[in-house]
Design a protein around this ligand. Structure first.
Ligand SMILES: Cc1cc2nc3c(=O)[nH]c(=O)nc-3n(C[C@H](O)[C@H](O)[C@H](O)COP(=O)(O)OP(=O)(O)OC[C@H]3O[C@@H](n4cnc5c(N)ncnc54)[C@H](O)[C@@H]3O)c2cc1C
Ligand code: FES
Length: 606
């Protein structure tokens, strides 16, 4: 439940946070505005002094008798210099001249004169207009006369149909009113403080507070509040997958297995530094694993969880544990290598060949990956050199002038060629994560930017190899489907199979946006010409008119290959590429009835 709760908390927090900013800003602006101007008092003439009621006024009884409707109450008053009776009925208010008893209908000229009498500014009055109710007169019912004045504040005087001055509105009031609208969240009427939006914001804020308290409790464990020396220790037995014992250690209760192993020099692979998102730190708990947490379920497949696999960075040592780690002895070793060559194969794919100090052994299987150590660094944009033919792609990026990485990081890169075929060299194919996504420009990826700054002769550190993405035993027909940097492990596997004499049919379908984005095309065409059992197909999604199919690679391979293979269920599938491609291809294979165990894939999450 926690990841779900975290997600909802984040998005509701964003919405309520934005509204909080609006509340604060609008309150601040309203507080700054001059209240006299907001109320329209600055240019409003003081009320006329009381005048004696004229002797020659008609008795009110006479006016009442002449009125067409019954009046509920009568008041006296002045319309400029004219004494008037105001008769208020159930629905209407009528004005009568107190001297003549004649009914008065306010016309535009009188409204204009009344507006001028209520105004003491420098503006010249415009024409009076009788308008339906507007936002500026929303506090009053019925139609109103509107008289604009040509002053700096665009004062507008509103009068009722009986000649009462209703409002003096000006630009200061209009600004106030805009912020008032944002403040009370009544975006239509601007007067209802109890509207559904305010109520939703209040409920959202309350939920945010409660979920925040929940998350606070789930983010900390009791052990974190107790100093290590008071916590006691637990034993941790570490085995390799073949059952051999690697290490026996004691670690502080409450520490995660990831931290405990690192303290003893066994560094599990990780791309997220213990952040419970990359899934690389998976270990298998022997003899009864603790209940999986939501973080385990979010990253590991149900079959792995069933087999007792858990994320080491989320596995607390609150009892003695016996675990199995992939990578075995490699976890404790660090290797040094020299960069032998760097080759830009496409605008954002680079081949980096490393010459390790110690010759790699058979553990460097095609499909495995190393963890490149990324030391703290500072980098300026110009340190990344792009060949002339890629300049236009690079100039379309909005890279910052400089960027840095503050702590040692580890990033996984798959072997892009079998080490036996490269005389012990470790070949990597690195995609530059430039950070340009959906119209936004994020900082470039720290690991890939470091790799793009490497030059021949530089020294690097790495650990590994790791991983269980590998060629399955047996001679079943094989279908490789990939895209982007997914070319790396698939190329290594295909080359290994072909050069080691595999005779089963092998198909490789690779998707790229354009021909210039696809690496190793000549090499793949050469292999297809050399080996009868190998076929290669490039699928371009953004470029049409070429020889091959176009569109999405998973659709193209379904139409162009899978539909004509006699027994799909007897094939092995190997997938690697961008997450959407991987997801779509796995879904397509499931739909075609291919069993999960026939599909091996590596998710780079890029
Ligand atoms: C088993 C495995 C094998 C792999 N093999 C390969 C391989 O062969 N070749 C390869 O190229 N990669 C491979 N990867 C991926 C590789 O390990 C890295 O994940 C990848 O290079 C990105 O790392 P980074 O440090 O460059 O990016 P990070 O620094 O981890 O950033 C990730 C992304 O987030 C973006 N970002 C940065 N800041 C922000 C922000 N504030 N908001 C939003 N986004 C932001 C970055 O631009 C980048 O796109 C593999 C991964 C795994 C798990
Ligand atoms: S280190 Fe990444 S999930 Fe554990």
């Amino acid at each position: 439940m926690t990841p779900w709760m975290r997600k909802v908390h984040k998005w509701i927090g964003l919405l309520i946070g934005l509204q909080l900013v609006l509340w604060m800003c609008s309150g601040f602006v309203m507080g700054l505005l001059d209240s006299e101007k907001v109320r329209g008092r600055e240019l409003r003439a003081p009320p006329a002094s009381k005048r004696a009621w004229p002797q020659d006024a008609m008795p009110v009884s006479q006016v009442l008798a002449a009125s067409p409707d019954a009046a509920q109450h009568v008041t006296t008053g002045w319309l400029l210099d004219q004494p008037v009776y105001r008769l208020t009925g159930e629905k209407v208010v009528r004005l009568f001249d107190a001297r003549s008893g004649e009914r008065i209908e306010l016309d535009a000229a009188t409204a204009r004169r009344l507006a001028v009498a209520s105004y003491r500014g420098p503006g010249v009055p415009g024409e009076a207009q009788l308008l339906e109710q507007s936002l500026e007169t929303r506090a009053h019912e019925g139609k109103a006369w509107r008289v604009p004045f040509s002053d700096a504040g665009d004062t507008t005087v509103y009068l009722s149909q009986q000649g009462d001055v209703l409002e003096h509105r000006n630009n200061t009031w209009r600004l106030f009113d805009l912020f008032w609208m944002l403040h009370i969240m009544d975006y239509t009427g601007r007067k209802d403080f109890n509207n559904p939006l305010v109520i939703s914001a209040a409920v959202g804020g309350f939920w945010l507070a409660l979920s925040g308290i929940w998350l606070l409790f789930t983010s900390f464990s009791l052990a974190e509040f107790i100093p290590k020396r008071w916590r006691g220790t637990r034993s941790l037995l570490v085995h390799a997958p073949d059952g051999s014992r690697l290490r026996s250690m004691r670690a502080h209760s409450g520490d995660t297995v990831f931290v405990a192993l690192a303290q003893q020099g066994l560094q599990l692979p990780s791309n997220c530094g213990g952040g419970q998102t990359c899934g690389l730190c998976e270990v298998r708990v022997r003899g009864g694993a603790p209940a999986p947490t939501s973080a385990d379920r979010a990253v590991l497949s149900p079959s792995r969880i069933e087999a007792g696999c858990r994320l080491a960075c989320n596995l607390k040592l609150d009892r003695n544990l016996d675990i199995e780690v992939r990578g075995g002895a490699e976890l404790g070793t660090e290797h040094e290598a020299q960069v032998e060559s760097v080759r830009a194969l496409s605008p954002f794919l680079r081949e980096i060949v490393l010459l390790p100090k110690d010759k790699p052994g058979p553990e460097y299987r095609p499909g495995s990956f190393i963890q490149l150590h990324v030391p703290p660094y500072k980098m300026v944009k110009h340190q990344i050199e792009a060949p002339d033919e890629h300049h236009s792609a690079w100039s379309g990026l909005h890279l910052p002038a400089q960027w840095s990485s503050g702590a040692l990081l580890r990033r996984s890169y798959s072997l892009a060629a079998p080490v036996q075929q490269t005389d012990g060299r470790v070949t990597l194919l690195v995609r530059f994560c430039h950070g340009k996504q959906g119209g936004k420009n994020h900082p470039p990826g720290k690991g890939s930017a470091y790799a793009y700054g490497l030059k021949a002769g530089d020294r690097v550190q790495y650990s590994g190899p790791f991983g269980d993405f590998a060629i399955q035993q047996g001679e079943r027909e094989k279908v490789f489907i990939g895209g982007g940097a997914g070319m790396a492990p698939l190329r290594a596997m295909v080359r290994d199979l072909l050069e080691s004499g595999a005779s089963e049919p092998i198909h490789f379908w690779y998707g790229a946006r354009t021909a210039s984005d696809a690496p190793y095309v000549d090499e793949m065409e050469g292999l297809a010409a050399k080996f009868d059992n190998f076929s290669w197909q490039l699928v371009l999604s953004d470029e049409r008119g070429g020889q091959g199919p176009s569109g999405m690679v998973h659709e193209a391979v379904r139409e162009g290959l899978l539909q004509r293979l006699p027994d799909l269920k007897a094939c092995d599938f190997y997938l690697c590429g961008p997450p959407p491609m991987l997801k779509a291809t796995r879904a397509m294979l499931e739909k075609l009835g291919v069993a999960d165990e026939r599909v091996a894939f590596d998710d780079f999450k890029i």
